[in-house]
Design a protein around this ligand. Sequence first.
Ligand code: PGA
Length: 255
Amino acid sequence: MRKALVAGNWKMNGRAKQNGELISSLLSGLEQQALTESVDVMVFPPSVYVSQVKALAEGSPLGVGAQDLCEHADGAFTGELSAGMLSDCGCAAVLVGHSERRAMFGDTEARVAAKVSAALEQGLVPVLCLGETLEERDAGETLKCVEAQFESAVAGLEAGQIEQLVLAYEPVWAIGTGRTATPQQAQEVHAHLRGLLAGKSAEAAATVRILYGGSVNAKNASELFAQPDIDGGLVGGASLKANDFLAICQAAASS
Ligand code: PGA
């Protein structure tokens, strides 16, 4: 039985004051509703705020992760952040291959694979993001697309490393658009990903959590999380509002 995971991707949003208010509301809501007994909850703030959020969440079950990392170890890479640094600042996980990074910041398949390995080497859980564009969906290439992304990201990994991953299926056309995949559309892709995991290791298929992301909100979360292969959500916009994010965590807790 996989424990649900709800992850809040803050993207490039936040200031120290608002972060403090958001985390304080989240912590009290999570505690009052005893949500973390049945759902793991994490936030992914911009990296400059990781230490702030980590300090605020100290002693609570709220996990903290980063939104990206450099594929190289420490050295002459001006402006970059290594997996070792993120781990040192208290990150437990890191998003890898988010579609915004693939589309705007040159995260090729090869770089995504290198980032996954760099994260694993430092004990960070890579949350590997995958998803098709609208053109690919309309061309009937959704499964082929996510399969290619998955296979290239895990090509150099051993079964024991694949078992450490979290996957996040995020159709590009559903991110930040208010347009969500139907539960059936999402389930079809999640089941396919589960099958690909099974091809690597039965343990990975049984234990790796596959999150859905793309305009998840307080209203549509329950229906999505009710699908057998959807183990929680990667939430962007709605993770910036404590009540909405808590409602999504509640939906995951009761799924
Ligand atoms: P969204 O973003 O919930 O705002 O669509 C999800 C994501 O990009 O992770």
